[in-house]
Design a protein around this ligand. Sequence first.
Ligand code: ZN
Length: 501
Amino acid sequence: MAANTEELKRILGEAADLRAAGAVLRWDQETYMPPGGAGGRAMALSTVSRLAHETFVSDRVGELLETAQAELGGEDPDSDEVRLVKISKRLFDKERKVPGDYVAEFSRVTSLAQQAWQKAKGESNFPHFRPHLERVIELRRQYAEFFAPYDSVYDPLLDDFEPGMKAAQVKTIFTDLRKQQVALVQAIADKGNVIDDRLLYQRFPEDKQLAFGMEIAQRFGFDLNRGRQDLSAHPFTTEFGSGDVRITTCLNPEFLPNGMFGTFHETGHALYGQGIPERYDRTPLAGNLSLAFHESQSRTWENLVGLSRPFWKAFYSRLQSTFPEQLGRVDLETFYRAVNKVTPSLIRTEADEATYNLHVMLRFELELAFLEGSLVAADLPEAWNRRMEEYLGIAPPNDEKGVLQDIHWSLGYIGYFPTYCLGNLVSAQLWEAALEAMPDLAQQIERGEFGGLLAWQRENIHRHGGKFEPMELIVRATGKPLSAEPYLRYLRGKYGEIYGL
Ligand code: ZN
C-alpha cells in the first residue's frame, strides 16, 4: 500500500476514534450519568465533535484523498481501497462545504429548540415552539444552499441520512403506497372485526421482561462478548466498532409489547453492527450506513420475525412459562392476534405495521412543503390534523398528540422521517429475496433457528458495511430496484388472513 494511503488511513482512524469517544459519552449520558453531569457533558461532547470534524476536514486529508484517487486509478472500482477513498472523498467534500460558524449556530439553535419543544409539548402549546421551528427550517434551507444546485431543496438534507437518495424518488414511492395503505386500513375498519388486546395490558414484572428479551436477543444471534444491554428513556443502539455494539431498552410494567418488541428491534440494529467486518473498523466504511438499511434490519427482527406466527409457535410456551399468571390461560392464536391488532392511532411510535407508514408520509409531506415555502409554521397544526383525518380517519385532540409529538424537527432532523418508511419497504423486499434463497425459512423460525436468516443478512448486507449506496445495495441483494410491492404483498397477506379480508 502506498505511503499516502497509509497516512490517510491513519488520520481517518483518528477521526473515527474521536467519534467513537463521543458515542461513548452519549451512551453514558443516556444510561448512567447523574443529572448533574449535563452541563459538563455538553461541553465535553462539543469539544470531541469539533476535534473529530477538524481532523476529518483538514487540508492534509484533502491532499491525501486527491493523491489516493490518482494512485488507485486502475484498480477494481468495488475494492475496499477504492470504495474507502471514494466514500471518504464524498463525505469530505460534503463536510468541507459547511462553514464552522454554521455548525456552531445550528448546534446552538437546535439545543434551544429542543428545550422549547419539550416545554411546548408538555403544555400542548405549539405557539411556544413555533419561532424555534421557523429558525430551524431557515437554517436547514441555508444548509441546502451550501450544496446548490439541487433538484429539490430537500435533497441535500435527505442525503445526510440516505446517501444518494432524492426527494423525487421518495415522492413517487410514497404517492402510490399511500393510496394502497389507506385502502387496506379502510378495508380492515369496514370489516368491523375488532381484536381484543386487553391481555397485553397487565402487570408484567420488569426483571422477567428483561430476561425474556435478552434470551430472545441471544437466540437471534446477539453476541454478548461484543455487546450489552442497558436501560434508557428512549431505546437506541450505538456502536464503537464491530467489537462493542450496545442496545438499550425501555420497559413498561403495565404493557408487554413496548419492551419486548423494542428489544427485538434494537437487536436487529445490533446484529447489523456486529456483522460489519472488523477490517472496516475505524474507517468510513464502518459508518456511512443508510438509515433505511439499518431500519430494515431492525424491522426484520421486530416484525417479520418477531410478530410472525412461526416465531410464536416456537416461543409462546416460553413466554407463558415466564408469565404464567398473565398468559397461562391465553392460547397462542389469541396472543398472536392481540400483538398484531390494527387500529388507527395518534402516536407514530405506537402505530401497528399497517398504519405506521402513513404517519411517516404525513411528516415527509409537511416538512417538504415547509422547506419549499408552500406551508408556513402557523398553519402547521391544522395541516397536520387535516392529514391525520384524511389518512387515518382520526384527529388529535391537541397538539401534544399531534404536531408536537416527535423530537426530530427540534433537533434539526429534517429529511430523517422517510428512512423509517423506506426501512419497512426494504425489509419486505429483502425478506422475499431471503425466502427465495431459503424456501423453508418459516420452518426454520418455527424450530427456533435463526442462523440461516442471520447468515443471509451477513452475506448480502452486513459484510458490505457502508461500501455501497442504499439503492445500489438493494439491487445487489435482491436483483431489483427498491419497490413498495413486497411490503404491500406482505401486509395484504398477513392482515388479510388475520382480519378475513
Ligand atoms: Zn430503529
